[in-house]
Design a protein around this ligand. Structure first.
Ligand SMILES: [Zn+2]
Length: 475
C-alpha cells in the first residue's frame, strides 16, 4: 500500500513538474519567414515554435501559437537550418604556420606554440563558425585533442556541434615532417603493418572518433595497401565508417573498393567513370567536394607578395588570424625565388583546368544522385574557418548545382555525414533549433547566404554582427 501511494505521489509530482515547466518556460516563435526545411521542402510565411532549444512545431501561418510565447517577427526574411561544414581541421590555422610542409616558416612562428594555441583556444574558430551561420562542423583529422571537442562543444552555447575523426592513418611513405608534429604528439599513425593498422582503428575508436580517416592512399606502397585489408575489416567489425582523402580517380576507386563511406575530396585529375559511379552508388557514399581549398593554397602563396585580402564584412575572423594574414608578406623571405611561379599564365591555366575537372565531376556525381555534403577543408592555408563556406557554396553553384539542393547539401547532408541527422540538419519537430536568418532569398542565388543577420544554436538566437563579448549574459 505504501508503495502504491509513493508511486501515485511520484506520478502526481511528475505531472505537476511537467505542467509548471510548460507554464514557466515560454516558447520562442519565429513568424512570417520563408522557411527552407533542409530536405528540399519550403514553407512560405512560416511559423517555427521553439522551447528549451528544441523545435516543438513548424508549419504555415495557420500553426497555433502558445500563449505567453515570445514572438519574433521575421516577415520578409528567409530561414534555413544552421549550416554544417562536413570537412574542417581544428589543428590548422588557415595559414602556413600550422602546415610547415607547404611552407616552412617555423623560424618565425614556433609550430609547437601554434599547436598549443590550437588546442587551448578553439573558441576563436567556434565564434567564426557560429557568426558565419555554421552550427555544426566535422573535423576530419588532427591531433587527438580534437576528439575531446565533440563532448566539450556540445553543450557550449558559444560553440557549434563538433564531430571528429581524430588521428589520421597514413601510408608509411608519407613524410611526416612535411606535416610536422610536436615532440610529444602526432596527428598521424603510420600504417607499417596490419597489426599497427588494427591498433590505430582501436585507438581512435576508444577515443570516441566519429569515423576512421585514412589520409591518402598510395597505390604503390605495398606495405600500406596490404595492411589496409586488416584496417578495413577492423573498421567494419567496430561498426565504424571509413573516410578517405583521395584526390585522383584511381585513389578514389581504391578507397571505394576498401569500403569508404565518405570521400573527403573531389576527384581532381580526370573525369570520373562508370566504375566509380557504380561503386559510389552501391556503397551509398557521401562525396565532399572541397572545391575551394586548392585555390586557397594559391591565394596563400600569392599573399606572400600581394598581401592577404579577407572578405569578412561581419568581422568574424579572430584577431590573431587577421594579424597573421595582414603581415603575410613578411614570410616572403622563406620563398623569395619560387613565389613568381604562382603568378604565371601556366599556373592560371592549371588552376582553371583543375577547377573544370572538379566542377564537372561534382555535377556528374550530383546527376547520378550521389549524396553530396558541403565541405570547405577549412584550416588549410588560405581556407579560413567559418567564412569559407560561402566561397564553397558559390563554387558549387558555379558547377551547376541548383540552389535548393546546395541548401540541403549544406545542412541535412552534413548532419548525415556527422551521424547527427536525428538531432539537426533539418527544421522539424523534435530537432534542435539550429537555424539562420537571412535578408535575401538563398534559392535566388546561393551567395545570398552571405546576407545572414542572425544565427540560432540550440534555441539561442544572436546577431552575427556582434562579437561574442558584447552579447549580454555571455558565460
Ligand atoms: Zn582535410
Amino acid at each position: 500500500m505504501v508503495k502504491k501511494i509513493q508511486l501515485l505521489l511520484g506520478i502526481f509530482i511528475l505531472i505537476l513538474s511537467c505542467t509548471s515547466k510548460q507554464d514557466t518556460i515560454p516558447s520562442t516563435v519565429l513568424t512570417g519567414a520563408k522557411i527552407f526545411i533542409g530536405n528540399g521542402e519550403v514553407i512560405e510565411d512560416g511559423v517555427i515554435i521553439i522551447q528549451e532549444g528544441i523545435i516543438t512545431a513548424i508549419g504555415g501561418n495557420e500553426t497555433s501559437i502558445p500563449e505567453n510565447a515570445e514572438l519574433i517577427d521575421v516577415k520578409g526574411k528567409y530561414i534555413t537550418p544552421g549550416i554544417v561544414d562536413a570537412h574542417v581541421h581544428f589543428s590548422q590555422t588557415g595559414f602556413f604556420d600550422a602546415r610547415p610542409g607547404t611552407l616552412d616558416i617555423r623560424d618565425s612562428i614556433d609550430f609547437v606554440k601554434v599547436q598549443e594555441q590550437q588546442k587551448n583556444h578553439p573558441e576563436r574558430y567556434y565564434e567564426a563558425y557560429l557568426r558565419s551561420g555554421v552550427t555544426a562542423v566535422y573535423d576530419l583529422g588532427g591531433f587527438a585533442w580534437t576528439l575531446d571537442l565533440q563532448r566539450s562543444a556540445e553543450n557550449n552555447p558559444n560553440a557549434p556541434h563538433v564531430a571528429a575523426a581524430g588521428l589520421l592513418l597514413t601510408p608509411p611513405s608519407i613524410n611526416k615532417t612535411t606535416y610536422s608534429r610536436t615532440p610529444t604528439d602526432s596527428q598521424f599513425i603510420s600504417i607499417t603493418s596490419s597489426e599497427i593498422g588494427i591498433e590505430a582503428v582501436r585507438l581512435n575508436d576508444s577515443l570516441g572518433a566519429t569515423g576512421i580517416k585514412i589520409h591518402e592512399i598510395y597505390l604503390d606502397d605495398t606495405v600500406f595497401m596490404n595492411s589496409m585489408i586488416a584496417v578495413k575489416n577492423e573498421i567494419a567489425a567496430r561498426n565504424k565508417k571509413m573516410i578517405v582523402d583521395a584526390v585522383t580517380l584511381e585513389q578514389a576507386k581504391q578507397a571505394l573498393l576498401f569500403g569508404a563511406k565518405i570521400l573527403a575530396h573531389s576527384v581532381g585529375d580526370q573525369p570520373i567513370d562508370e566504375e566509380f559511379i557504380s561503386l559510389a552508388k552501391e556503397l551509398d557514399i557521401i562525396y565532399c567536394p572541397t572545391l575551394v581549398v586548392f585555390g586557397g593554397y594559391i591565394t596563400a602563396y600569392r599573399s606572400l607578395k600581394t598581401g592577404f585580402e579577407i572578405n569578412d564584412p561581419n568581422n568574424v575572423i579572430d584577431e590573431r588570424t587577421r594579424n597573421l594574414l595582414k603581415s603575410s608578406s613578411r614570410f616572403l623571405q622563406y620563398f623569395p625565388d619560387n613565389v613568381e611561379v604562382f603568378f604565371t599564365e601556366r599556373t592560371d591555366q592549371m588552376i582553371a583546368g583543375r577547377e573544370k575537372i572538379t566542377s564537372e565531376n561534382l555535377k556528374r556525381v550530383y546527376d547520378e544522385g550521389i549524396t553530396i555534403a558541403l565541405s570547405s577543408d577549412a584550416g588549410n592555408p588560405g581556407t579560413l574557418h567559418g567564412i569559407s563556406v560561402y566561397d564553397e557554396m558559390e563554387a558549387m553553384q558555379k558547377a551547376g548545382i541548383p540552389t535548393k539542393d546546395i541548401i540541403q547539401m549544406a545542412t541535412k547532408n552534413g548532419a548525415l555525414a556527422m551521424e547527427r541527422a536525428n538531432d539537426f540538419g533539418t527544421l522539424e519537430n523534435g530537432k534542435m533549433a539550429d537555424l539562420i536568418i537571412l535578408t535575401d532569398d538563398p534559392s535566388d542565388d546561393i551567395s545570398n547566404m552571405r546576407s545572414i543577420t542572425h544565427v540560432m544554436k540550440s534555441g539561442f538566437l544572436r546577431p552575427v554582427k556582434e562579437p561574442f563579448e558584447k552579447i549580454p549574459g555571455k558565460e
